[in-house]
Design a protein around this ligand. Sequence first.
Ligand SMILES: Cc1cc2nc3c(=O)[nH]c(=O)nc-3n(C[C@H](O)[C@H](O)[C@H](O)COP(=O)(O)OP(=O)(O)OC[C@H]3O[C@@H](n4cnc5c(N)ncnc54)[C@H](O)[C@@H]3O)c2cc1C
Length: 447
Amino acid sequence: MDSMNRKQFLALAALAGMAAPGCLEAKGSSRKVIVVGAGMAGLVAATRLKQAGMEVEILEAGNRVGGRMWTDTSLGMALDLGAAWVHGAGEKNPLTSLVKKLSIPVLETDADSLALYSDGEEISDELYEEIDENTEDLYSSGRNLKRRARLNDTMEEVLEEMPDDLSKTVRQGVRWNFASDVEIELSADARELSLKYWDEDYAFDGPEWLLKTGFVAVARHLAQGLMIRTNTTVSRIRKTANQVEVHTNAGQLQADFVVVTCSVGVLQSGAIRFEPGLSQERQEALSRIKMGTMKKIALSFPRAFWPSVHRMGDLRDGPTLEFWNLQPLTGKPALVALTQGAFARELERGHEKGAKEVAMEHLRSMFGKVPDPIGMIRTKWHSDPLFRGSYSIVASGSSIGDFETMAEQDDDRVFLAGEACNARYPGTLHGAYLSGVSVAKSILELV
Ligand SMILES: Cc1cc2nc3c(=O)[nH]c(=O)nc-3n(C[C@H](O)[C@H](O)[C@H](O)COP(=O)(O)OP(=O)(O)OC[C@H]3O[C@@H](n4cnc5c(N)ncnc54)[C@H](O)[C@@H]3O)c2cc1C
């Protein structure tokens, strides 16, 4: 471009409503919505807005739809690397009817179907009982502490309530339960998690479902009929007099409304520049919420060498791995180990062998001589610049009020949505779904 630089050309082209070379074609509707991100919240919001007659386009930086719904099939089975469970698959959960409508076969998991090992032997019934009683005692001391907790207090304080006189195995068992119920569940270490807001989110009643097809089936269904541009990274969102400019690696678009559904980690990284910036309240809330890290290490084997329970673990000091048996779900001899927080981030930084070796070391300690895995996948949500973690957590120093602030729409053209914009069900797929419904409603009220 000789006489005009590219920026000037883009500005002129936008004014004239024409498409510049390398610029996305902006369709001329006066009621256009651009949705940033093709995860659950973006897909649901776009569907609702389109159904209401608006022109909707989704811009997705990745090369696939689904975001944190991501099913891998490279091990010859459908494995969800991101969200896997419909938590509380009762009538009130919007995902329940969706899964039923799509006739997706499910496996109802049973957390009580558990085998814990110590020094290569499954622990006795008496030990299970003693561990469970002491775990309940620990949680009830924790609830007492929570009543008088301050904003910066962490869940580490609950662990400090563990009595000194427990036997080594019982102490390790209580620690394992705590890791599974709290730390892996919330994808963060006790020292990162708020004590004051522990268990303040809501949950739907109902069973826990894993989908035999993986969540890809849900993502694909939601994406049907929507205009989605993949490999399109949004870097700047600028409000002009009565439109919003969206700048991407593939050019610039204009819309009347923009919905940004990127994770808290992405928003915190400054990958998208907002002009003008987000409100002070939102920026402050955003700076206090944190992203957790959940890591999955999936291993397939020539044969199953473990019992036909749903979950398993080795009682030891140090980081916890919770193994889920994938055989009832996939029909294949495979396990997935879950771990979280600082250890998960450390494994992400290390070599692939690190994660495999850690998982195999636990399995050898539980079952003795075991065959080598024939396949492995491990996730890296924390180091992925499109996510920067697994899901938002109420970190010490933050509060449920911060999630309420994220959910409150305080602008009439630039909107936020996604799992962290739901104060009742943060960090979940159904929270992201409901946030998508809610943001669409907010926009439709304005038109
Ligand atoms: C390991 C793991 C396990 C989980 N397990 C469960 C579970 O079992 N059950 C459950 O209910 N929930 C679970 N979750 C949480 C659940 O997956 C999320 O809450 C939900 O998927 C978030 O959806 P979202 O639409 O808010 O965000 P996302 O899915 O993150 O969608 C945002 C999209 O924005 C895109 N994007 C990012 N930056 C840009 C940019 N600059 N320009 C354009 N696009 C961009 C991203 O690529 C992404 O596709 C899990 C998550 C992880 C990671």
